[in-house]
Write a protein that binds this ligand. Structure first.
Ligand code: CP3
Length: 346
């Protein structure tokens, strides 16, 4: 059914003729066609909430960059909104929650969302995208990890420290768990619905994993990610927990196929630590794409060598920065396509 299933075969651990490649945040401001469409709209949320438009920008990088996967255009913050906490996306600043979670009553007011009722626009965007893609490449669905979602719900906006969110883990751990359980239940139903709508692979983003100490990470984050993985037995899952190098051996025991690495992590050390049972995804420093064409090629080849030819999905170590030259993104992608088949010949 899929004309290009490299991503899924690599995730399952099958040998592939070359390394598949896509980029986190590939649909977005790096593409002039995204900026043009976005400029005609009232804002980010209009794009996210209009399935035909979300599908259009999901497919833009498949056309413009020839990546091996599409990722549904949405945001992790649609989940708190579905639970009862609306977000705003402030131009050039980022997300803002006018109301935040401060008390037990606030947590009690949050609902476990029904995917069709509260997130139907994302599911419809997935269905429209699948029809339009017509099997060209797999479609990735996603959600935030419960800890990262809690962090935004409590803090209300991005932060270097998320100290309000981390404070809650010390002052009222029971309340934190109550909220995490509701987020987890919402996320499981939402991701199962994404799969039913046509998502071929699911990625869980724990963007704020790296700010927790390891004991808190196990207590307040990874166990909920494990629950999510267990609830999605029929689809490959990727766990990407930025900064949580200490948790990678634990992820290696989860019911997931792929572990995403950020650019601080050493693929060789991870491979040596966890063995060959998981596929690894990543991990070029997004800033490497600010170099010259030759530097981008060399950095990409070095990255491919560190991972080796099998059980690797090429990507950056985090989302591509919006001011990256799209031509250098193409150099990254083309280098993976040209070099990785050669690397298989020894
Ligand atoms: O191409 C893709 O990867 C799919 C789309 C996608 C978006 N957000 C679109 C977006 C995905 C997978 C996300 C996930 C997301 N959103 C994460 C997890 C990944 C990560 O980066 O760690 C997080 C933490 C968010 C929350 C969020 N959304 C922030 C902090 C911001 C502001 C920063 C920024 O890049 O502007 C957003 C906004 C956002 N989400 C944009 C896009 C394309 C920019 C909005 C615009 O077009 O103006």
């Amino acid at each position: 059914m899929l004309k290009n299933d490299l991503l899924l075969r690599a995730a399952r651990g099958e040998e592939t003729e070359r390394t598949p490649v896509w980029l986190m945040r590939q649909a977005g401001r790096i593409l002039p066609e995204y900026r043009a469409l976005r400029a005609r709209l009232s804002g980010f949320k209009e794009l996210v909430e209009t399935p035909d438009l979300a599908a259009e920008v999901t497919i833009q990088p498949v056309d413009a960059l020839d990546v091996d996967a599409a990722i549904i255009f949405s945001d992790i913050l649609v989940v708190p909104e579905a639970m009862g906490l609306t977000y705003e996306m402030i131009e050039a600043r980022g997300p803002l929650f006018p109301e935040t979670i401060k008390s037990a009553q606030d947590v009690a007011r949050m609902r476990v969302a029904d995917p069709e009722e509260h997130l139907g626009y994302v599911l419809e965007a997935i269905r429209v995208t699948k029809r339009a893609l017509n099997g060209r490449v797999p479609l990735i669905g996603f959600a935030g990890a419960p800890w990262t979602i809690l962090a935004y719900m409590v803090e209300g906006h991005g932060s270097k420290t998320f100290s309000k969110a981390r404070r809650l883990l010390y002052t009222d751990p029971a309340l934190a768990h109550e909220l995490l359980r509701k987020i987890t239940a919402t996320t499981i139903a939402y991701l199962q619905a994404q799969v039913a709508a046509g998502a071929n692979l699911i990625q869980v983003f724990d963007s704020w994993a790296g700010i927790l100490p390891p004991d808190h990470y196990r207590e307040f984050s990874s166990r909920y990610i494990a629950e999510i993985c267990n609830a999605l037995p029929d689809v490959p899952v990727t766990v990407f927990a930025k900064g949580a190098y200490f948790a990678v051996p634990e992820f290696a025991t989860f019911n997931c196929r792929t572990i995403g690495l950020d650019w601080n992590e050493d693929p060789r050390a991870v491979r040596a630590a966890i063995g060959n049972e998981k596929t690894l995804q990543g991990n070029l420093d997004p800033c490497a794409l600010y170099g010259s064409r030759e530097q981008v090629q060399q950095a990409t080849i070095d990255m491919l060598r560190r991972f080796g030819p099998h059980r690797h999905i090429a990507n950056l170590g985090h989302g591509v920065y919006p001011d990256t030259d799209a031509d250098n993104v193409r150099v990254f992608i083309d280098t993976v396509k040209e070099f990785s088949p050669m690397a298989r010949q020894g």
